[in-house]
Design a binder for this molecule. Structure first.
Ligand SMILES: *[C@@H]1O[C@H](CO)[C@@H](O)[C@H](O)[C@H]1NC(C)=O
Ligand SMILES: *[C@@H]1O[C@H](CO)[C@@H](O)[C@H](O)[C@H]1NC(C)=O
Ligand SMILES: *[C@@H]1O[C@H](CO)[C@@H](O)[C@H](O)[C@H]1NC(C)=O
Ligand SMILES: *[C@@H]1O[C@H](CO)[C@@H](O)[C@H](O)[C@H]1NC(C)=O
Length: 458
């Protein structure tokens, strides 16, 4: 794609090049309007010998509030392990999201503007992490990371290289965020970065200013023990089923404590599979949903050569939303805790933990249980802090609890993919947390009077 002449590339875009290909009965049309193109995209080299490299898309702030050299950059990492951040880009928090319609027996996949995009006032960098994921390239299967240290090492190299692309990127504050299994990646990257920074000359450091995790898996041994109680008190299983599920949870915990990692990973999947079978829900990612999230739309959209070309992704890569190669490489990592990394981060930078309220995999209860156990001088104060009612545009959006460096947000009417379900509220959350406004301000104890009367509880 580097060799495509510019005018030719432009032509493709101006014509809103439409690809039509036939699937069994109906055809799909995908188009990529020029205004939806990333500001920058392509590859960051991890190993020039093996050819391993990380794919990224970057969207500059639409209406920055500060000079660009001061404007924050938010990094987004998808979970999995092995799922592409193009999911975040085109289904959750990017400026345009894939939308599906059926007209005259033709499936249309179009990009629709997202009013809750996270790049309204910040730059947003989506990274296909680790190598082997999405459009990223693993030089050899052996090079795919098998632990969080190696994940973080590669991410640090990639982000350093990205920052080096423009002089104006150099000192912009960086906020590392992500979802689900990124509950491992985000702490690992933050921890590695702060430790590494301490040994580097100022000009080689990364200006990490905070980390944020949505519906994360961070401390699996504790988190796997919460499903039965949570489902029981949500009215989804009865007492007998609760006991059955608890037995399976105990097995997962026992295997984790024994360091029998691969067995422990399977045991957790048995817990989730059993819960899924008992409840008959369409998805554990959101107990309200009658159909699973339609993330496969992103896979369909990105399978087109024209779209890959527009994104400067390698055309020969057959895009998968989630990679089995990477999932398998990190199989033994799944049940390993990174809570100690969050404990280090909360002492040295700011930490946001948020969960969609309706997630049964890595939801509110699952997060609160390990947060309570954090070894941090501020944890007592945090636990005593008010849980404030949080409103956006005069409507109830959820709850915010904060003390010093730690902020916890419960997002109402959202499942595992918070930005998909509550785009505008998730945008308000990330902006106010970064800028420390409203309930996210330091020293904020109670809700300001101007908000009272707008909350619809009771
Ligand atoms: C880069 O790739 C080469 C060839 O696969 C390998 O021998 C080398 O160890 C890799 N370097 C790093 C730093 O991973
Ligand atoms: C791990 O689990 C397997 C299967 O239950 C068992 O055969 C093996 O002995 C266990 N290993 C350890 C180290 O506990
Ligand atoms: C859930 O049900 C399916 C279909 O009956 C079955 O194949 C699967 O093994 C069950 N999963 C668990 C963990 O029991
Ligand atoms: C919060 O983070 C700052 C660094 O940004 C640190 O100096 C401070 O000690 C931390 N506070 C607590 C209570 O850990």
């Amino acid at each position: 794609m580097e060799s495509t002449p510019k005018h030719q590339q432009l032509l493709h875009l101006l014509l809103l090049t439409t690809l039509i290909y036939l699937s069994s009965a109906i055809s799909i049309q995908s188009s990529f309007p020029q205004e939806a193109l990333p500001t920058k995209s392509g590859y960051l080299t991890i190993n020039s010998t093996s050819g391993s490299s990380i794919f990224y898309t970057f969207y500059e702030a639409q209406n920055p509030r500060t000079p660009i050299y001061d404007t924050p950059i938010v990094i987004w990492l998808q979970g999995g392990p092995g799922c592409s951040s193009m999911l975040g880009n085109f289904y959750e928090l990017g400026p345009f999201r894939v939308s599906f319609s059926l007209r005259h027996n033709v499936e249309h996949l179009t990009l629709v503007r997202n009013s809750g995009s996270w790049n309204r006032i910040f730059g947003v960098l989506f990274i296909d992490n680790p190598i082997g994921t999405g459009f990223s390239i693993a030089g050899s299967p052996d090079e795919v990371p098998r632990n969080q240290h190696d994940v973080a090492k590669h991410l640090f190299i990639a982000v350093r290289e990205f920052i080096g692309l423009e002089k104006s990127f150099e000192n912009r504050p960086i906020y590392a965020t992500g979802e689900s299994y990124a509950g491992k990646y985000v702490p690992a990257f933050g921890y590695y970065t702060l430790k590494k920074n301490a040994r580097l000359a100022k000009s080689r450091r990364l200006n990490l200013a905070g980390v944020g995790i949505g519906n994360g898996l961070t401390d699996p041994e504790i988190q796997v023990g919460t499903h039965a109680l949570n489902a029981y008190y949500s009215g989804l299983i009865n007492g007998k089923q609760k006991m059955e599920l608890e037995k399976l949870q105990e097995e997962a915990i026992r295997l984790t404590r024994n360091g029998n990692w691969s067995e422990a990973t399977s045991a957790r999947l048995r817990v989730l599979g059993t819960l899924s079978n008992m409840t008959g829900l369409a998805t554990l990612y959101d107990f309200r949903r009658l159909k699973p999230y339609e993330d496969d739309l992103v896979g369909k959209f990105l399978s087109s050569v024209e779209i890959k070309r527009a994104l400067k992704a390698k055309e020969s890569i057959s895009f998968e939303v989630c990679s089995d190669l990477v999932g398998n490489a990190l199989n033994d990592d799944v049940m390993k805790s990174v809570r100690y990394m969050v404990e280090f981060l909360v002492k040295n930078t700011k930490v946001l933990l948020y969960q969609g309220q309706c997630d049964l995999r890595d939801g509110v209860v699952s997060a609160e249980v390990w947060m309570k156990k954090m070894k941090w001088e501020g944890i007592g104060k945090f636990l005593e802090a008010e849980r404030n009612v949080w409103s956006v545009n005069d409507e109830l959006a959820g709850y915010v609890q904060k003390w010093e460096n730690l902020t916890h947000v419960v997002v109402m009417n959202a499942g595992h993919l918070v930005p998909t379900d509550q785009a505008v509220n998730s945008q308000a959350m990330i902006e106010d947390w970064v800028l420390e406004k409203g309930l996210f301000a330091t020293g904020q104890v109670t809700q300001k009077p101007s908000h009272i009367g707008t909350c619809s509880i009771g």
